[in-house]
Design a protein around this ligand. Structure first.
Ligand code: ATP
Ligand code: MG
Length: 420
């Protein structure tokens, strides 16, 4: 192992590719900021108990994927594997649900950690942007979140994604379905682990990716046939609102998702160019979660979109985001005196908001111009002793190659006009 090697299952975001990640985060956040969601940031770790209760003792996330540890002080913590439990915990702790109108609408962006088998699109450290709408039961809220995720993906230019939609019922109708499903599953030829899962969390068996299991699941009872009238009406309304908004979706009665806390609406965004790591995002309604972590009844809905997989989806569709060069002007001093004067100009330009960089380290003209080129700057400012004696700098248009002298005092004004 080399000291200069990132841990297994992780990777670094480096320029220039890192600009794409930033742009993806911003594109996902933009529709949320525009729809009444406020930014929330919570710690990278929580008491392990929060996830055990909030995500679910029977989920892969808690049993296999969590980075749990004990501190020197004896606190049992875990790196956060997902965002929802933390956001709800923070909202409850700050009494946001009592402060004003419900729902409390929050969005977040950050790093998450799962001890998984690393492969393309599946990492041990990854990045999500998420949204939660806490404390309201209204199909329009479920629809809003799906519409905003759709808008985010479309704003990035993505087209080859699909929205899978299902309802998981509520505490009235799900237990009846659960029992019927258990009856069906107990009659199948399944391994020991899966048989245990039938007793703890039978819906998760529907989510099993193995062909041998999926083959046997043909003919399994479908939750859609067991929904109570209230859940049925709720789901119908969500579907109608999505249709009215022109957002296409597919009904997927097998969509259960990996977390225990979901009720009613669940959905997943899948991209067809990503192989087996096809889920780019997902979410749903979690009406029981607040009570599960010790809070009052607060019906809520949310989603999390994976930034890493969204970037892979862009690559799969051959989409290059239009990211403007970060540097507009690059200053090249020739000699000591020029270095002092041009550095002053650079500072002035920066303070005026012009993105400017400087050739450091006393490079010669050739090397410095190479760096100017690399920076993507539209203009270079070059000055030597003769220029300074005349009180000018040379302004070079990096596209046309044309060069003209500009009086020192007029540099800012001239560049402002040229850069528009
Ligand atoms: P999967 O079924 O692929 O394991 P998941 O259901 O565990 O996904 P969620 O918990 O719903 O995923 O997280 C939301 C999104 O976060 C996913 O759709 C995905 O884009 C991203 N994500 C989840 N786990 C990882 C990971 N290990 N590496 C990269 N991205 C991930
Ligand atoms: Mg997973």
């Amino acid at each position: 192992m080399s000291t200069f090697q990132a841990p297994k299952g992780t990777y670094d975001l480096l320029p220039p590719d890192s600009a794409t990640y930033l742009a993806v985060r911003e594109a996902i956040a933009a529709p949320l900021k525009n729809s009444g969601y406020g930014y929330i940031e919570t710690p990278g770790f929580e008491n392990v108990e929060l996830f055990a209760r909030g995500v679910g003792e029977s989920t892969d996330i808690v049993t296999k994927e969590m980075y749990a540890f004990e501190t020197k002080g004896g606190d049992k913590l875990a790196l956060r594997p997902e965002g929802t439990a933390s956001v709800l915990r923070a909202a409850l702790e700050a009494n946001l649900h009592k402060a004003g109108n419900l729902p409390v609408k929050l969005w977040y962006s950050g790093s998450y950690y799962r001890y998984e088998r690393p492969q393309k699109g599946r990492y041990r450290h990854f990045s999500q942007v998420g949204a939660e709408a806490i404390g309201a039961e209204d199909p329009a809220l479920d629809a809003e979140l799906i519409i905003l995720a759709d808008q985010a993906y479309r704003s990035l230019g993505l087209r080859n994604f699909r929205i899978l939609l299902n309802s998981l019922g509520c505490r009235e109708c799900r237990p009846v379905y659960r029992a019927a499903l258990q009856d069906f599953l107990r009659g199948l030829d399944l391994d020991e682990d899966t048989r245990r899962r039938i007793e703890i969390n039978p819906l998760r068996v529907l989510d099993d990716k193995r062909e041998t299991v999926q083959k046997q699941l043909v003919g399994a009872p479908a939750l859609s046939d067991y929904l109570c009238d209230a859940c049925r009406a709720y789901h119908k309304e969500v579907r109608e609102l999505l249709a009215a908004a022109g957002v296409a979706f597919e009904d997927d009665v097998k969509l259960v998702r990996g977390l225990d806390y979901y009720t009613r609406t669940t959905f997943e965004f899948v991209h067809d160019g990503l192989g087996s790591q096809s889920a780019v995002g997902g979410g749903g309604r979690y009406d029981g979660l607040s009570e599960m972590i010790g809070g009052p009844a607060l019906p809520s809905v949310g989603w999390a979109l994976g930034v890493d997989r969204t970037v892979l989806a862009l690559e799969a569709e051959g989409i290059e985001l239009d990211i403007p060069a970060s540097t507009s002007v690059y200053a090249v001093p020739l000699g000591e005196e020029a270095r002092r004067v041009l550095f002053g100009v650079v500072t002035e330009l920066r303070r005026a908001g012009v993105a400017t960089d400087f050739s450091y380290g006393g490079k010669g003209l050739k090397g410095a111009m190479k760096n100017a080129n690399r920076s993507g700057a539209r203009y270079a400012l070059v000055a030597g002793e003769r220029d300074l004696a005349e009180g000018v700098v040379q302004l070079k248009d990096m596209e046309s190659g044309e060069q003209e002298p500009v009086v020192l005092d007029a540099v800012l004004e001239t560049l402002r006009a040229k850069l528009g």
